[in-house]
Design a protein around this ligand. Structure first.
Ligand code: ATP
Ligand code: MG
Length: 399
């Protein structure tokens, strides 16, 4: 384990008492993300972690860490003995690894180990001079260098690094609490889930399906979306709720134009009860204002009216293009566009109501045994845990 990755995390959110909690969660999430790449060791230093890992696992580890929220940046580190000549040679190798003819650089040294006989400015200038004599086409620019060779003189050895790879930022998953994501097979809700994870919210997912009208293809799609989301966080509990009876009753007994709004109201009622059962304080949806007929302000108000629990809609102000861009970046897009029926694309009215009247909706709901249907749906939810490493058919049914 002679190789190191330096992991930096954001400090802005780390005021006062939250700090140890944040750091503990991040450490745990890093350890989870690196599962399968053992042996590794995570060393903590205020404001950063160093990860010791085998050479062949460096790149896979870096990729995994690029999906861990809370990490601001990552640098591969070269370790060197506390010997100025060896430090110079390692610095030259770093420059060669990033070499572009004509590039500018500077050397920046910090010396925590005051027993090292050369002060920091002397180390920087000696290494700088050595690099300039290497015959490479490089020059020093202390103000705006293209590459910085960082040298960190420590107790037993020196660490050198120059590449800085961006992490995702955000907050470690789990630090802010838990949310229940209403996850369809579409493009939007997985992105909403990702944005929840980004702000440190650990999510469970609830999907309504309508067998036999929606088949295995739709279920596999939702599982794969959970798998993608879980690669940015922890394992995800996916709840599958049978929605066929509710849809049939609504379709048969309520005005066609209201069906979508009524379906959403039923979904929200069930989601709220499940969240309360599971001690989850908020719902998340992929709604975006004005995107489709069921997402007019009036419809959102009518749908929201059935819940007391806060409903967070991280995409409310996003354009479809912006959502698609994120979906592509996080790798959910290719799964979302797989052509399987979602329960809501069945029975879709040609002209859904855009300005529903609350009293009309409530009247329509009296035509069906709503409470009974909701109870049945809740009692027949199937739950399973999905992790990014689990493959089709191997999810763990846990309830
Ligand atoms: P998405 O791409 O997320 O499906 P959408 O633009 O298709 O969104 P709608 O189908 O109107 O929008 O759904 C709005 C929101 O309602 C979704 O983002 C999701 O949070 C929730 N939702 C819709 N269908 C389902 C479902 N079958 N199971 C769980 N939640 C759903
Ligand atoms: Mg949808």
């Amino acid at each position: 384990m002679n190789n190191l990755l330096l992991v930096r995390y954001g400090e802005i959110a780390l005021k006062g008492k939250n700090r140890p909690f944040f750091e503990k969660k991040l450490l745990r999430n890093i350890q989870d993300a690196l599962q399968g790449l053992e042996p590794f060791e995570v060393l903590f230093q205020r404001g950063r972690y160093f990860i010791k890992i085998n050479a062949e696992n460096l790149l896979p580890a870096q990729r995994k860490l690029q999906r861990v929220f809370g990490i601001v940046s990552i640098s591969p580190v070269t370790r060197s003995n506390l010997d100025l000549d060896e430090i110079c040679q390692n610095a030259l190798q770093l420059i060669k690894d990033n070499y572009v003819p004509g590039m500018t650089f500077k050397v920046s040294t910090s010396r925590a180990n005051k027993k090292f006989p050369h002060p920091s400015p002397e180390v920087s200038s000696s290494v700088g001079a050595y690099l300039l004599k290497s015959g490479l086409n490089i020059s020093v620019d202390v103000h705006h260098p293209e590459t910085i060779v960082h040298i960190d003189i420590r107790e037993k050895e020196a660490y050198l690094y120059s590449r800085v790879i961006n992490g995702l930022g955000g907050l470690p998953v789990g630090v802010t609490g838990r949310g229940l994501l209403l996850l369809s097979g579409g493009i939007d809700s997985p992105v909403a889930g990702w944005l929840a994870l980004k702000r440190g919210v650990e999510i469970e997912a609830l999907h309504f399906h309508s067998p036999p009208f929606t088949g295995d293809g739709a279920l596999n799609k939702v599982r794969d979306l959970c798998r993608t989301l879980s690669s940015y966080g922890r394992k995800i509990t996916l709840h599958l709720a049978p929605f066929t009876d509710i849809q049939k009753e609504l379709r048969l007994n309520c005005p066609e134009t209201m069906v979508i709004t009524l379906m959403r109201r039923a979904m929200f009622r069930i989601a709220e009860r499940l969240a309360v059962q599971r001690n989850i304080p908020v719902l998340y949806t992929g709604e975006s204002l004005g995107q489709v007929a069921s997402q007019t302000l009036e419809n959102i108000v009518a749908i929201n009216a059935v819940t007391n629990i806060p409903v967070l809609r991280p995409l409310i102000g996003f354009d479809k293009e912006e959502i698609i861009n994120i979906a592509r970046k996080i790798n959910s897009y290719s799964v979302s566009i797989r052509p399987f029926e979602d329960c809501c694309t069945l029975f879709v009215p040609r002209h859904p109501v855009t300005r529903p009247q609350l009293s009309e909706l409530e009247k329509a709901e009296k035509n069906i045994p709503l409470e009974e249907l909701i109870e049945y749906c809740l009692e027949n939810i199937e739950s399973r845990t999905i992790s990014s490493s689990s493959t089709g058919g191997q999810d763990n049914a846990n309830e």
